[in-house]
Design a protein around this ligand. Sequence first.
Ligand SMILES: [Zn+2]
Length: 256
Amino acid sequence: MWGDHGVRGRRAIFISCAAILAGCAGAPLRRDAAVPAPDVGREAFVAGTSVEGREIPCVVLGGGPDVCMIIATIHGNEAAGTPLVHRLEREVLIRPELLSGRCLVLVSVANPDGMATNRRTNVNGVDLNRNFPADSFRPTRRHGPRPLSEPESRVLRDLVYRYNPDRVVSIHQPVACVDWDGPGEGLARAMSGLSGLQAKRIGSLPGSFGSWVGLALGRPIITLELPRSADALDDDASWDRYGAMLVQALVWPRRL
Ligand SMILES: [Zn+2]
């Protein structure tokens, strides 16, 4: 999966930037060192702000070289992933062995303005999940005039560059399936088996976060589409039904 020299070169650059920019849990990143002992360090910070100035929060747990990034609510009216991300943070603090050799990067709300008004787009009317620099990007009013034209998209871009994730999960609704881009099929099928949600390729959509991470960067990315009925579940019931998929994503073997 890493045979492309361009990707490998970018990876080296990312590692260097990550080390400079302070690592997980305030400790230097040990990206390619031997698997370290569990590190339950927690760093919480504001990764950036939305068009209307709302904070986009990020929590980083652990300090290992194997990095899993999970984001929720890039579409503001698909918010069932946000409590799941919060719950996953609690879970790894209770079960620190899950972080052995790993680093977990959590963005609980990627589109806070959309979430505040229960709409898909940001306040500029741009679908953030069409605003990334994939080859498929097409400038439209809905996609934005250019890739990364929106501050919320740039926040995610910066986090991907900073933490250089080995795999990514982006939680959506309401299609009720586990979609993937890039080398993510194995993880998608494993998550499907834990949830009953069908593993299914929706197809790479223009300028999507999945197209950029999966195809342009060559990293496994799961677009986890929860059903609309997830809105009716309380946090415990939602975790009971869907939480195992997120734990699976966290512990999925690196670089298969
Ligand atoms: Zn969506």
